[in-house]
Design a binder for this molecule. Structure first.
Ligand code: GLA
Length: 369
């Protein structure tokens, strides 16, 4: 009897543990066991990540997150503007909810981003007593305080940070992008950002992240800057290639050269913001054109997008020794930042899942054979 009782107790404890492992997220957005997630196909290659908002994680898009991805990035919630809107106030709510979600569900998390010329609150560069531009000293002090606070808060969940984002100029004859950071501090702000982040979490992998990395002139500048940081002993561990691409770029040779050049740095590479727009990329600022009103995901667009995604994943697999993570920028075609950029209100279809959250044809085409 006593023996039976203890067996019963052990059985109920084990059942309880099993139940606890299925947390509320997984109960609400149940994983279909029959569906093999993209992360599983790619487990011997690299992590498969996705950019998320706190809101999306409360909708059925979360089913896709739990099924296919093993890493998340906050799309906006950890950027300086949203998380630190006033000098004396942080707004951690959104970032905390994504971080807690990642922890509950055993997902890795990339931090994005600490220093960027966009989505940064104006107060950051303004001296609150004089109303004028901040001094060098005050800006450095603010950077240190901001970076230390945010990195420390999430050090139990974030393993890699995009420390500096997009500091290199798009213009062929200009090295750094003009920005309040650069104007006030000169190039020193980049090294300082890495040092502050490293001091706050010495275990975190620290990345430089940028777009149009396939452009040979810009790529050369990025590589030159990263090499210079390394040579000075600045703690930089990786390069983030945003990979906001389109049906007409990159070409196979452009992508090959890009990955080859970056892999020679001897640092980790993360593909940080992958999406393939179905609209050919044009590099000049553009107005809405008549053809932009045809936003259907036609067979032709589908076929072009499949070819481009296939090329990307073939190359990513080839460089798996260097590429440790591939993150998509948004979950499904239900919502993408490209729906409003560069043409306002033009629906794009840049991801692997359609608006009904079903895998598109492209999904099967990018699986390793
Ligand atoms: C850049 C940034 C991202 C995001 C995208 C557009 O790539 O790094 O945080 O803002 O633009 O969504």
């Amino acid at each position: 009897m006593k023996q039976f009782f203890s067996i019963a107790v052990i059985a109920s404890v084990l059942a309880g543990l099993a139940f606890n492992r299925t947390n509320a997220d997984q109960q609400q957005f149940a994983l279909a066991d029959s569906i093999k997630g993209l992360k599983t196909y790619y487990q011997s290659y690299f992590d498969i990540g996705v950019a998320v908002s706190p809101r999306a994680l409360k909708t059925d898009e979360a089913t896709l997150v739990l099924t296919h991805f093993n890493s998340v990035t906050a799309e906006n919630a950890m950027k300086m503007g949203p998380i630190h809107p006033r000098e004396d106030a942080y707004n951690f709510a959104g970032a905390d909810s994504i971080a807690a979600y990642a922890k509950r569900n055993g997902l890795k998390m990339r931090g994005h981003c600490l220093v960027w010329h966009n989505q940064t609150a104006r107060w950051f560069f303004t001296d609150s007593t004089t109303g004028k531009q901040v001094s060098k000293e005050l800006l450095l002090q603010r950077m240190k305080e901001h970076i230390t606070t945010v990195v420390t808060r999430y050090k139990d969940v974030i393993y890699a940070w995009d420390v500096a984002n997009e500091v290199i100029s798009d213009k062929a004859d200009e090295f750094y992008r003009p920005s309040p950071y650069y104007d006030i501090l000169g190039e020193e702000f980049i090294a300082k950002a890495f040092e502050f982040a490293h001091a706050a979490d010495p275990k975190a992998l620290l990345f430089y992240n940028d777009y149009d990395e396939i452009n040979p002139v810009k790529r050369k500048k990025i590589i030159q800057m990263v090499k210079a940081l390394k040579a000075k002993g600045i703690p930089i561990h990786g390069v983030g290639l945003q990979a906001h691409w389109a049906v007409n770029e990159p070409s196979a040779s452009q992508l090959e050269t890009t990955l080859k050049d970056f892999s020679q740095l001897g640092l980790q590479l993360h593909i940080t913001e992958l999406d393939i727009s179905v609209y050919p990329k044009e590099h000049n600022a553009r107005e809405r054109k008549p053809e932009d009103s045809d936003t259907a995901f036609s067979k032709e667009k589908e076929a072009q997008q499949i070819e481009m995604y296939k090329l990307c994943f073939e190359k990513f697999r080839k460089y798996k020794q260097h590429i440790k993570s591939v993150t998509f920028w948004n979950i499904s075609d239900r919502y993408s930042w490209l729906d409003n950029f560069p043409v306002r209100g033009r629906k794009d279809h840049p991801l692997l899942f359609d608006r009904n959250l079903q895998p598109k044809k492209v999904f099967n085409e990018i699986l390793p054979k």
